[in-house]
Design a protein around this ligand. Structure first.
Ligand code: NI
Length: 392
């Protein structure tokens, strides 16, 4: 049973709809962060600041009688949207052409605003400190989280928590996992530089296409032959461009892709193997190369202690039957890792599907949709954690 009042529930939905209508891209969340800032300023007892141009931090210092050792906890919501043209039928669809909240960050922000409001009204019962982190730029490495960590937003924090929506489970459920949750995500681009010429005389050329094909194929050896099966990363070549005519061997081809790894050591080894394979194959064929790396996020590792708190609170809010154990880590990336590397942290997934939607369109899809009834549970979850750790 939800504990959120009807008024707050409606307010959270209204916030979410406003944010959904006016999405902004990573590092450009000017109106979004201003909106969040203004809402927080209206709540009593919050110290509201702007750690960076497009992020907001609200701090609630409890006025309750101090426990022996009051805790400092942090809740994080991300606020950025994606370069996607929305294709849903909802009445509050994006008004910003080509930009959409297709990853549910509008819901994350609205839920955390709801929790801030509910908790700010109960400062008298709270001991210690609660930080509400409204983070910019989750979708675009190097990400907003690392900037905020560098600004000190999680300094002396005992535990940090966050929620991400999932369209694969129904509203009223939560998915929980301890340990490794998400993979690191590093992207690469490789330019193979050969020497083009007439297709009829390949012996007079250095054919970059054939070299590129060798590279693409050999990169799969990283997964199948270089690293232990139980720790194998994902190596996907997702781009291969070259050539302009059927009778010309081109000068160059470009390929690119991504590496997703669940631990730091495998991440480093996989990257080194990519570099080694590119160098070896191009040299063997007399070609040269340029490799560009786009470093992504480290993998998110959920602390056992923080997850124990999440689980206990989730069971009381969602009911034991609606707490779903996540058996396998996911190979998507999340910049919450910048926080989970600093303090014991727990990022979990809240169900937002409604069977009436029909197909559950994935995150980052133009038809991705959220059942707003889920939002109250998210508010309850944050409030429940605060009650467990910071109430008298
Ligand atoms: Ni996301």
């Amino acid at each position: 049973m939800s504990r959120v009042s009807d008024t707050l529930k409606q307010e959270v939905i209204a916030w979410r709809r406003h944010l959904h209508e006016y999405p902004e891209l990573s590092f450009q969340e000017y109106e979004t962060s201003e909106f969040v800032y203004q809402q927080l300023r209206r709540m009593s007892g919050l110290e509201v600041t702007r750690p960076t141009k497009t992020s907001v931090l609200a701090v609630l210092i409890g006025k309750g009688q101090a426990l022996e050792k009051p805790l400092t906890i942090a809740f994080r919501a991300d606020m950025d949207a994606l370069p996607i043209q929305e294709e849903t039928d909802i009445p509050f669809a994006s008004k910003n052409s080509g930009i959409m909240h297709a990853c549910g960050h509008d819901a994350h922000t609205a839920m955390l605003l709801g929790a801030a409001k509910a908790l700010s009204e109960r400062a008298d019962e709270i001991c210690g400190e609660i930080r509400f982190i409204f983070q910019h730029a989750e979708e675009s490495p190097p990400g907003g989280a690392i900037e905020l960590v560098e600004k000190g937003v999680v300094e002396s924090v005992d535990y940090a928590f966050a929620l991400h929506v999932t369209p694969y489970e129904q509203a009223g459920t939560i998915c929980i996992r301890e340990g490794v949750l998400c993979a690191s995500n590093d992207d690469f681009e490789i330019k193979v530089i050969g020497h083009g010429g007439h297709a009829s005389t390949p012996e007079r050329t250095i054919d970059p296409l054939m070299v590129g094909v060798e590279i693409a194929s050999n990169l799969q050896h990283i997964v199948s032959r270089k690293l232990p099966a139980l720790h194998a990363p994902v190596v996907s070549v997702t781009k291969f461009n070259g050539g302009s005519a059927l009778n010309i061997i081109p000068d160059t081809v470009e390929l690119g892709g991504t590496i997703r790894a669940l631990d730091a050591d495998i991440r480093t080894k996989a990257k080194n193997y990519v570099n080694q394979i590119v160098k070896g194959i191009t040299e063997a064929h007399g070609a040269s190369y340029e490799t560009t790396w786009h470093e992504g996020y480290a993998s998110v590792v959920n602390s056992v202690d923080a997850v124990a708190i999440s689980r206990e609170v989730a069971e009381s809010i969602f009911g034991k039957d609606h707490v779903i154990q996540v058996e396998e880590p996911l190979f998507g990336g999340e910049d919450f890792s910048a926080i989970s590397q600093q303090v014991p942290a727990s990022l979990q997934f809240i169900g937002v599907h409604n069977p009436e939607f029909g197909e559950a369109f994935p995150l980052h899809h133009p038809k991705f949709k959220i059942e707003e009834d889920a939002l109250q549970y998210g508010v309850d979850y944050f409030v429940g954690i605060a009650k467990k750790l910071c109430f008298q």
